[in-house]
Design a protein around this ligand. Sequence first.
Ligand code: FES
Length: 110
Amino acid sequence: MTSYTIEFVGTGETITCTDKETILSRCLEEGIAQEYSCRVGMCLACSAEIVEGEVTQPAARGLTEQEAENYALTCMARPQSDLKLDRGKYPPSIEGDLADGTNDGAVADD
Ligand code: FES
């Protein structure tokens, strides 16, 4: 088990997280206000942009393969290196829906 440092951009918050824990679980333990809802990798509420570092998140079904390179679903993601994450950043595929109000919370079946 390896422990990594996770820094949240713009907040000054830093936590440690092992490669066996999800980032969301550590945020909740540390009292960090990371948003979440489903906790099963589908709703994207817990999304964060990966500014630096790598995660593993094979169960992040709400993200395309390409999105998973740049975004972490913190309820599923486990660190593979030290990380810098920007919380509350969502993949472009849903940003448009959020901006124009057409996101109904439904998840595509692809
Ligand atoms: S809480 Fe729904 S995808 Fe993480």
